[in-house]
Design a protein around this ligand. Sequence first.
Ligand SMILES: Cc1cc2nc3c(=O)[nH]c(=O)nc-3n(C[C@H](O)[C@H](O)[C@H](O)COP(=O)(O)OP(=O)(O)OC[C@H]3O[C@@H](n4cnc5c(N)ncnc54)[C@H](O)[C@@H]3O)c2cc1C
Length: 496
Amino acid sequence: MNKYDIIVIGSGLGGLICAYILSKEGYNVCVIEKHNKIGGCLQTFVRDGCIFDTGVHYVGGLDYGKNLYQYFKYFDLTGKINIRKMDNNFDHICFNDNEYFFSFGHDNFADTLAKKFPSERKNLFNYVKQIKEMSLEFPLYNLREIKSPIMEKHLYRKKAYDFIQSVTSNQQLQNILAGTNILYAGVPSKTPLYVHALINNSNIEGSWRFVGGSEQIAYFLTGSIRKHGGTVLTNKEAKKFIFKNRAIQYIQMASGEKSEAKKFISAIHPVRTLEMIEKNRIREAYRSRINSLENSISMFALNIVLKENSFAYMNYNIYYYAQDDVWVAGSYNEKKWPQSYTLITPATTKSEKFADCMTILTYMKFDEVREWENTTVGKRGNEYLEFKQKKAEKLLDIVEQRFPGLRKCIKSYYTSTPLTFRDYTGTKNGAIYGIQKDSNDIMKTLILPKTKIPNLYLTGQNTNLHGVLGVTISAILTCAEFIDINYLIKKIQSDS
Ligand SMILES: Cc1cc2nc3c(=O)[nH]c(=O)nc-3n(C[C@H](O)[C@H](O)[C@H](O)COP(=O)(O)OP(=O)(O)OC[C@H]3O[C@@H](n4cnc5c(N)ncnc54)[C@H](O)[C@@H]3O)c2cc1C
């Protein structure tokens, strides 16, 4: 049986970053991934020669000296990954015929929107000032030395929705400021302000696309882990923890194979982690608390291969709403679906003038695909294929209102539903961002890296915040259970 210092379950960004840091610090680390490909949401797939991202389309904070730039430098990704800065007006928030821009730089962001809302100039500058100040309160967002990994509770209790309402009484502007809320699956009565503030602030500081797909991150991290002496294995599905006394001794894979380690980091959904632990090994109260947590909504993705030189590359994203209230898009009525979409033309090495493909994302509830819940990828039957096609055509009808003639540019298209996301990432019901953070009882929905089992730790989007930056910060907090956090922060700050 193989024996390691640490086994990391799951090769998504969270698992790979933990493995990178800990292998760099001298631990003998092994990552096990259930799929034949590494990366989780970083994975890309190719159709007709076009590369599609599955779960990372753009990130903020990659400008020189910004937080993600510094983290990526420490992860030895800078200079290796191929990235492209997006246009100054990086996000376009669209309501029928009206279009508003999110622009880079705090003052510029406020100024651009103030041109459309002159009487709101002061409020807009106040909005950017406040989200900037709030972001400064999170030490790991700013790579500052920290006293405690748990942040001030008051920051978690405020709701994004209430904050936006307090900034301006102009309803149109309130909806515009929340216009990218698919990035955090915003729920007005729950979504904490810090989620909105950190994501928007990071994108305003500079947004970037991965040319040729986000999978590059996974490949370079894996290469480095191996260089540090670590192991990354695919086709290894973790199935059961086997205990010796109170601690886990080894992990048993679906194949029956076993691997032993001193410590285990689970970088998969906590509900799935608990399924691997026998009944009497963990308190039922903890298990039922985790099982009872609500997960974020899922998505329907329409991935289109475009005919050559038929559609201009857009170095910005479109966020479209069929109604004024951006917050209702996730609680849509089936008859009115889709009520919003995000449209992205991924960056490719082939051309900066024309797009070779396009991804359109819209919310989809798991209930819409529940009748096929006991099926697996590629074996869901004809009715499911018909369902997907019907949905794709309905979505295209809406998108064509803004992009007339789009259908004529399509060579082929491919769709993903909540079942696809469920089966590729292992999240419950294909929840896009895992556990829904709830500001009404934030300590219940913030999962700590340390568990009641002495040698089991958690990481990934469910533990702190989702997204590339959120998962990076979560991984640092998990690694802080193994190495001194301020020592690590200093290394990240000083890495050159
Ligand atoms: C459609 C979509 C669009 C998004 N867009 C963006 C974006 O533009 N920018 C951004 O910053 N973020 C975006 N996100 C969020 C971001 O992709 C995620 O928050 C992040 O990548 C999650 O990383 P993770 O490591 O926590 O989990 P995952 O990436 O889900 O990784 C978990 C891994 O564990 C593996 N696994 C599961 N069970 C087992 C098991 N039993 N044994 C072994 N392995 C197992 C899975 O196969 C997977 O590889 C998006 C997400 C989605 C779904």
